[in-house]
Design a protein around this ligand. Structure first.
Ligand SMILES: [Zn+2]
Length: 509
């Protein structure tokens, strides 16, 4: 048998039995006695509770190369003092490669271990590895940017030239930026009118309609005078000349001055002539309690409107009661703005609103939730079957049956939507495609949501960022599906109802 010897030495274990010379002596002579061939020896030293795993890693390489039949170590417990994950990973690797663990007098075959558990651990490790890959990738991106090379998807006026490693402007689309600049600076048009003019000429390079947003990006992004600028989560801001310029820096600065001026006009005019549109007006909201649609309805004066998140007038009855959720949006408006700001401030603050680090516990919780939903669906399908039996046996009138059957079908659909969502989330976590960095890159445009946008623009931006939302009595969940259709949820708290509170106070007094 071909073996490797693995020594672990701990500064904690001062006993002679576990000293390196003692281990060497014992294991080598044991191998000799058994007539085993020692292919190699590996050593790790544990000090201050930390284990350097260089030896173990080298051992695993050898195992994976198929170089040995067993690992010999002083006692299995020596190895199992590794942290659990390393231990399971080691066992798994050994098992996969049909390598046994040997200790003087004992030979352990790992083939009978619990498969499911091991594969769980393996997934966990694979996932961690991937996360590290993403981190490395981000480091790579920083480096590229420093070297003036750029990365990622450029604005649609550009294409990446692999040979020169630069972003070139597409020949047919060089006209858009000067065209927009002229309308904005010289003709003094607003973004909406500019997008109308663009649409008269042509759709965007991706075949879609121009809108205020796209124009806004073109007026505010430094890309069009060449600069790629990224702020990284660690606070670092890197800018580099990456794009072929389509306007001068001077024009860019002029545009920013103009924007600042108009921004002020907007806020003054905005108060007088409000466009009466709530920022969630373009997001599809559903009720977390009954699953029905939630609308943002406008009440009160045109100049000073109040908005309520509530069900439409058409009441439908499910579960035998009417859900009467109705929330004055002043209870969450400022919380939404604050949430966006904090999410964009740091990963630490973002954690208040979003689950970013998915650990084992999180994954297990998700899996449990998925199981729950699956069970509920099975149960509901069972009820539908039983209902049909009752109907067929003649104990239920047809209209009653149809009504009940519909109710169950609606419940099943509701459950299935939730289940799908959870499954996608689990896939996302497994593939580690979600990182704070990627979220930040995407949400960055919401940074100035408070100051720079009109009410309409704000609603458009929110509708793009969060096409969906769920309203509960005590919280609002904004959902983005930016990561390959994977829902990421931002949970915004809802404040107590100030009006109810006033009433109560009055009554109490
Ligand atoms: Zn409801």
């Amino acid at each position: 048998m071909r073996i490797a010897i693995y020594y672990r030495v701990s500064t904690k274990l001062q006993e002679k039995k576990f000293s390196l010379p003692a281990q060497k002596e014992e294991l080598r002579s044991y191998a000799h006695k058994e007539n085993w061939t020692i292919i190699n020896e590996f050593k790790d030293v544990e000090s201050g509770g930390k284990l350097k795993k260089d030896g173990l890693n080298a051992l695993l390489d050898l195992v994976e190369e198929g170089g040995i039949d067993a690992v010999l170590c002083i006692e299995q417990d020596r190895l199992s003092r590794l942290d659990t994950v390393s231990w399971e990973y080691l066992k798994d690797t050994l098992r996969e490669n049909k390598v046994k663990i040997a200790e003087p007098g004992v030979l352990i075959d790992l083939d009978n271990e619990d498969d499911v558990f091991i594969s769980d651990i393996k997934n966990l490790i694979a996932q961690r590895d991937k996360r590290n890959v993403v981190k490395k990738m981000m480091r790579g991106k920083r480096q590229r940017l420093r070297e003036g090379k750029g990365w990622g998807v450029p604005p649609f006026e550009y294409r990446y030239n692999k040979e020169s490693e630069t972003y070139e402007a597409k020949k047919d689309w060089k006209w858009t930026i000067p065209f927009i600049d002229n309308l904005y600076l010289n003709e003094q048009l607003g973004m909406k009118l500019i997008s109308d003019k663009l649409n008269e000429i042509s759709p965007t390079p991706t075949g879609k309609k121009w809108n205020e947003h796209l124009v806004h990006t073109r007026l505010s992004s430094k890309a069009f005078h060449g600069i790629s600028e990224k702020s990284f989560v660690n606070g670092e801001l890197i800018s580099a000349n990456v794009y072929e310029p389509l306007r001068s820096e001077e024009t860019y600065n002029q545009i920013q001055e103009e924007r600042a001026k108009r921004g002020k006009q907007f806020s003054v005019a905005g108060r007088k002539n409000s466009t009466n549109i709530h920022m969630l007006k373009r997001s599809q909201l559903t009720c977390g309690h009954c699953g029905r649609k939630i609308l943002i309805e406008t009440h009160g004066l045109k100049t000073k409107p109040l908005y309520y998140a509530k069900h439409g007038r058409k009441m439908s009855i499910k579960d035998g009661h009417v859900c009467d959720i109705s929330i004055n949006t002043v209870r969450f408006d400022s919380n939404i703005i604050q949430a966006l700001k904090e999410v964009l401030t740091s990963e630490e603050l973002a954690k208040k609103y979003i689950d970013i680090e998915y650990d084992e516990q999180e994954i297990n919780k998700l899996k449990a939730e998925i199981k729950d939903h699956e069970k509920t669906i099975t149960d509901l399908k069972g009820s539908a079957d039983r209902l049909l039996d009752i109907y067929l046996s003649g104990d239920l009138k047809k209209d009653k049956y149809v009504q009940k059957e519909k109710e169950i079908a609606a419940k099943i659909e509701f459950q299935e939507v939730a289940l799908n969502k959870l499954n996608r989330k689990l896939t996302a976590i497994d593939s580690s495609s979600f990182t704070y960095e990627s979220l930040y890159q995407y949400m960055e445009i919401a940074k100035n949501i408070e100051t720079e946008l009109t009410a309409l623009q704000r609603a458009q931006l929110m509708g793009t960022l969060f096409p969906k939302g769920i309203v509960y009595k005590e919280k609002l969940i904004l959902i983005t599906e930016i990561f390959k259709g994977i829902p990421i949820e931002i949970t915004v708290p809802i404040k107590d109802d100030p009006y109810t509170w006033h009433h109560k106070k009055k009554f109490n007094v």
